[in-house]
Design a binder for this molecule. Structure first.
Ligand SMILES: C[S@@+](CC[C@H](N)C(=O)[O-])C[C@H]1O[C@@H](n2cnc3c(N)ncnc32)[C@H](O)[C@@H]1O
Length: 229
C-alpha cells in the first residue's frame, strides 16, 4: 500500500498530535520532569551563563504542554536571577495565562516565529510530533543567541531519507555536520550558538500513522529526499 504523507497544516489537526494520552504535565524537577528528560537543569545552565547583573535572560520552551514545568521553574528563578529571566512557552494547546515572567503562546510552531533571540531553547518530547523536523531545527538555530544552547528529545529513527526506511546514521551525520550534537543512546539533540543552518534535504511530507516511537506513544515520522550538492 502506498504511503500517504501529510503536510504540516494537516498535522495540526491529527489525532496523533492531539493524543490526550501523551504526557503534557511534566514538572520541572523530580521523577517525571524536564530536568530528568533533558539531562541537565536549565536554571543551573542559565545561572552559569548569566552575562551580568542587568542583562535579561530569555528561555524558550517549544511544545510546552500544560506549562507546569515552566511555572515551577519561574517560581525558583526569581531569587536566582532577580526577576531578569523571562520564559516563553509555545504549544498548540498552551495555557491561557501564567505568572508575570512566563508568556504562553497558543499556536502551531509551523507558523510561529519569535521577535528576538534566546539564551536557552528546549523542547521536551515535542519534536516527535512536528512534521518537517529538519526545517524546525534550522529555524531554532536562528533563534539562539551567539552562545545560546538548544536541547531537545529527538529520535533519529523518525527521519526517513530517500525512501530507505529509517536512516539514523545518515541523520546523525547530517545533524553533526550542521553543528548539532546527537546522543543516540539518550536520544538527545543539542547545539550551541546561533547559525544559519542548511540541511541538504527536501521535505516530502509526514507520516502520522507510523506507530509508537521509543517513548511508547504514536509519533510522526518525517520523509525527505536528499539534495545533492
Ligand atoms: C508529549 S507533549 C510534551 C509537553 C511538555 N513538553 C511536557 O513534557 O510536559 C507534546 C506537546 O507537543 C505539542 N505540539 C505538537 N505539535 C505541535 C506544533 N506543531 N506546534 C506546537 N505544539 C505542538 C502538543 O500539543 C503537546 O502538548
Amino acid at each position: 500500500m502506498a504511503l500517504e504523507l501529510v503536510d504540516e497544516a494537516t498535522l495540526d489537526n491529527s489525532a496523533i498530535v492531539a493524543n490526550n494520552a501523551m504526557n503534557r504535565e511534566r514538572g520541572y524537577r523530580g521523577a517525571n520532569s524536564y530536568v530528568r528528560e533533558l539531562r541537565f537543569d536549565p536554571l543551573i545552565w542559565l545561572a552559569a551563563h548569566d552575562h551580568g547583573s542587568a542583562a535579561p535572560l530569555r528561555w524558550l520552551d517549544l511544545c510546552c504542554g500544560s506549562g507546569k514545568a515552566l511555572v515551577e521553574a519561574d517560581a525558583l528563578s526569581s531569587v536566582l536571577f532577580n526577576d531578569r529571566l523571562t520564559i516563553t512557552g509555545v504549544d498548540l494547546v498552551a495555557p491561557m495565562d501564567g505568572p508575570d515572567r512566563v508568556e504562553f503562546i497558543a499556536g502551531s510552531l509551523r507558523d510561529w516565529n519569535p521577535s528576538g533571540r534566546y539564551d536557552l531553547i528546549t523542547c521536551v518530547h515535542g519534536i516527535h510530533y512536528v512534521g518537517d523536523k529538519f526545517a524546525m531545527l534550522q529555524r531554532i538555530s536562528r533563534w539562539l543567541t551567539i552562545d545560546g544552547y538548544f536541547a531537545a528529545n529527538f529520535d533519529a529513527e523518525s527521519i526517513r531519507i530517500d525512501n530507505q526506511g529509517s536512516s539514523p546514521t545518515k541523520t546523525s551525520r547530517a545533524l553533526r555536520h550542521a553543528g548539532f550534537d546527537y546522543d543516540a543512546r539518550r536520544k538527545l539533540l543539542t547545539r550551541r550558538g546561533y547559525a544559519e543552518v542548511q540541511l541538504p534535504f527536501r521535505f516530502l511530507g509526514a507520516d502520522d500513522r507510523a506507530g509508537p516511537n521509543y517513548t511508547g506513544q504514536p509519533a510522526v515520522t518525517a520523509h525527505y529526499a536528499s539534495i545533492s550538492s
